[in-house]
Ligand binder design. Structure first.
Ligand code: AP5
Ligand code: MG
Ligand code: ZN
Length: 217
């Protein structure tokens, strides 16, 4: 299956992506995780991306599109993939379509996790992430088994540098201006399905699972 996940910052894309990827055996590809890894390793890409991410702005399309082209040409994406946080602009959506056309494949679904603005801030400020494996937790809504340690790999959990109140508000504004047009873009192509992301984590997954099972080939 070829899936993209849409939704505002804090919608639960990363949280649900981990479960979808395990259940359907497809690689979870998060452009945010790729940027954070490069920032930690201080690569040229990481240094450039950090300038934008710290302000809550999007990394320029050119850089982001090149990363995805490279990643989707990997062998492990031959039978499907789950994109989390890409595309984020209509331009990125067009670039994805061109790439898939070239490969003779196409998207199966654009899954929108709907969460209104008033839910987002408390999710973000309580979030703790593992920079090694990308797992994300919440101090109240989804605490790790051992405080401050990742359930999956045991590494230390940290707070993301862009999870401050000001940056979160900026990211929501940018989502509304630049990413929301993709909802209509995919709806027009009959690829859009939406789930209510305000339910508990397990219930959101159940909704997603039943949609994906119904379109599985
Ligand atoms: P990215 O890392 O993709 O951040 P984002 O889209 O802002 O989304 P988040 O990761 O903040 O939220 P999420 O939906 O994954 O929520 P999560 O599951 O963690 O991107 C970061 C930055 O990189 C961007 O701002 C941009 O600068 C750049 N970037 C990335 N991709 C780009 C692109 N394509 N083009 C240009 N720039 C790009 O959950 C959030 C919290 O809520 C967690 O604590 C979780 O435990 C909790 N939670 C989850 N679900 C629930 C639930 N149902 N109930 C209660 N709590 C929940
Ligand atoms: Mg995420
Ligand atoms: Zn981990």
């Amino acid at each position: 299956m070829r899936i993209i996940l849409l939704g505002p910052p804090g919608a639960g894309k990363g949280t649900q992506a981990k479960s979808i990827s395990n259940k359907f055996f497809i690689p979870h590809i998060s452009t945010g995780d790729i940027f954070r890894k490069n920032i930690t390793e201080k690569t040229p890409l990481g240094i450039e991306a950090k300038k934008h991410i710290d302000k809550g702005h999007l990394v320029p399309d050119k850089l982001t599109i090149d990363i995805i082209k490279d990643r989707l040409n990997n062998e492990d994406c031959k039978n499907g993939f789950l994109l989390d946080g890409y595309p984020r602009t209509v331009n990125q959506g067009e670039a994805l379509k061109t790439l898939l056309d070239e490969q003779g494949s196409s998207l199966d679904i654009a899954l929108l996790i709907k969460v209104p603005r008033e839910f987002i801030l408390s999710r973000m400020t309580g979030r703790r992430v593992c920079l090694t494996c990308g797992a994300s937790y919440h101090v109240t809504f989804n605490p790790p088994k051992a405080a401050g340690k990742c359930n999956v790999c045991g590494c230390d959990l940290v707070q993301r540098a862009d999870d401050t109140e000001d940056t979160v508000n900026e990211r929501i504004d940018i989502y509304e201006a630049q990413t929301q047009p993709l909802i209509k873009y995919y709806d027009d192509k009959n690829l859009l399905s939406a789930v209510d992301g305000t339910q508990a984590i397990d219930s959101v997954f159940e909704s997603i699972y039943s949609i994906l099972e119904s379109i599985k080939k």
